[in-house]
Design a protein around this ligand. Sequence first.
Ligand code: SER
Length: 895
Amino acid sequence: MRWTTAKIRQSFLDFFAARGHTIVPSASLIPKGDPTLLFTNAGMVQFKDYFLGVRSPQHLRVADCQKCLRISGKHNDLEAVGRDTYHHTFFEMLGNWSFGDYYKQEAIRWHWELITKVWEIDPKLLYATVHKDDKEAEDIWLKMGVLPRERILRFGDKDNFWEMGETGPCGPNSEISIDRGEGACLPEKNHPGQKCFVNVDGCERFIEIGNLVFIQYNRDASGALMPLAKKHVDTGTGLERTTAALQSIETGKILGNYDIDLFQMIINTIDEITNVARIVIPGSKTPVVPSYGTSPENDISFRAIADHARTISFLVAEGLNPGNTDRDYVLRRLIRRAARHGRYLGIHEPFLAKICDSVRYAMGEAYPELGKHSARIRKVVTEEEVRFGETLDRGLELIDTELARIKKSGGRMLSGEVAFKLYDTYGFPLDLTEDVLRNHLIEVDVAGFNRLMDEQKERGRAARKDDAVAPEISLGTGTASRFIGYHRYEGESEVLAAGGKDGEHVAVVVAETPFYPEGGGQVGDRGVIETASGAILEVSDTRKAEGSIVHVGRIIHGEAGDFARGARVKLKVDRIRRDAAMLNHSATHILHYALRDILGNTVHQAGSLVDPDKLRFDFAHAGPVKDDALATIEEEINARIRENAEVTTEEMAYDDAIKAGALAFFGDKYGDRVRVVRMGDFSVELCGGTHISRTGDVGVFKLEAESGVAAGVRRIEAVTGQGALETIRKREKILEEIGAQLGARDGAAIERLEKLLAREKELEKKLRAMEQKLAAGAGGAAAEEEVREAGGIKIVTRKLDGVDPRTMREMADRLRQKHGSAVVALGSDLGDGKVAILVAVTPDLTAKIKAGDIIKNIAPIVGGTGGGRPDLAQAGGRDASKLDEALAKVAALVQ
Ligand code: SER
């Protein structure tokens, strides 16, 4: 193939490099510091600031090949993926840019030259479009004289005005489209009565292969277009569709995006798995062995899996994990959708890791991150597949039952309750349920679903506030309370308000309390409140609400009435718990200081959690913190602890505090007067929390983990004091246990372990070799290989007994090697009437003879169907008595 995907990618970059462009790498799929976008959806995203004039570019002309996702926000193609042959969630976009340098003239001229001279597309197939008000672009096309007037078309904003999102840089564009001929027109049923043409959706005949955007505006949050100081060029050319167009021209066949060389590698792997799945999994529901290109319905699943595997691979490579919010949920939804499509093809085992491997084979050279993170990709994908696999079948069954019911009653809608049950109990994301139902023209009551979802969230919120029941309490004037617990754990006061639901779970507000209410990341205090009459309230949490401090808990002695307004009470904080939380809170201040000291002042707190057992600190920072930096940070913190610096607090005016260099956490609101916490000469922070009096009280600080929680946000987890000691001891015990099991300690244990692992590998290899020998021996007993000739071509057949499809493939490889040039046909009797057959063709013959064709012809003889690639195809069947006949027919077919 002359125009492989890789060559097209390179030819584009070479072309623009020769025209003064600097080639830059693709940016991450997760936009850095751009909260308006979930994912990079176009090449220009990483250059947005240059267009807006916020940053100055290093080079005025740039070109690249950018990984893009269109799965959220303004550009979302998820629903179309699989259903046609040219939509993707992930795709590669070739682009060239001018940042205030060249403009329409060069952009148009060069693209035309690239398409017609380098890629040699016949101008007769091409059309250009311009925005109806863009006289300048239209004139450039006319003056170039390369296209007749009637093939330069004007369109309005919908087609010829490009925007990256609801806000951001934008402008009119000019597009180049190719007419791929009537053969590329989708069946009439897809668009009855439609006249297919440029910019008419739903057909694959006219495809845009170049989008030249002339960026001259910024759309602001109010929706207004603001002219930019400079004019820019932003171009985008979809790599997959360009490849499909060029490979179609080259092969004389109409190829869709999923037929190009890159996708073939991925689709073939799915093919292989469906073949094997059909043979080794008894009772599979799928009636035939699905192969790509044999059934329109199955093809949707093939394409969806191939597409999703690419997106999944890249997202995991960029550090995402499947989860329940934002980007993580997108990843989870994709893995679950892919798993569901696998079921449709009869695959009941986790299989996505294998597909992701083939993505790596197809794309790893251009994107080394796929190779670098391959182990993580396999692990993350398989874990999620297994998790979902446990409920997927039951969920699909529920959908089937519901469908039958709805159809019987003539309805058109699945209830919100069922959709919610699918989500809540079976882990079906809403869009997955919708996708399954779309084939049946049934909709989901989304409003009903959302209502149940909101209710659940509400319940969750209430449950989090109190382990059992969230007591109601009415607060207002006269219920404001004062915190007196900075240096005290006990106090006496009067009840100002009380509430409750069931006489047991109550909420109490007093005038003055030593209980610290949750705030600044520090958890609320626990303890007891007692009345003079002996009633006891066990406080499980303390929170702030509208100027009051609310103690929430359970009455363990007496009754709710004892805590009515006006009652005198004694309050006692659980001191051990508070002290532990306090240690951790002070430790976060030292950590914050050390992070800024070692990583730089760009580090800012983004959130924190301080509880008695551990601390968690989130902060803005690009990329992971390196191990050696982490070690230095830990060192620095412990040095500051040993320094035993004094911790002081002081109230002052906010402005004075900021002038004094105090760090404020912008997530918090501050009043005019603020509390400032200082530690020695190194840390000054605004903080309302409780602190130790000397840094030495922390004892020891042990860093436990560093990870990413969102784009540009890192998280550090650590333990201090007694908690640190316990963690270290626990780890010591584990090491001792490992040492005891291995019969060697410390360094010697590592050596011993290495030896054991090497030995295990060796044994596995030996075992595998023996299994093969055994299998070959058993097959040999059934029959030796037979060699004959037909039409000058060597045909090798062999009947086997109980040899599994995987071993058959290995045998076929050996036979192909042994005979050099041959058609190899193997048939294996798997017992119970079941058979597996395999045809393999050496590469020199595949132009004339296709393994897939032969298998399609002989599979029916044994009561099966099958397919595969030109060099290897497999099938299963149910009539072992016809195995000889099927193998004998191969010679006739070759002839
Ligand atoms: N930004 C335009 C697009 O995404 C051109 O690169 O199509």
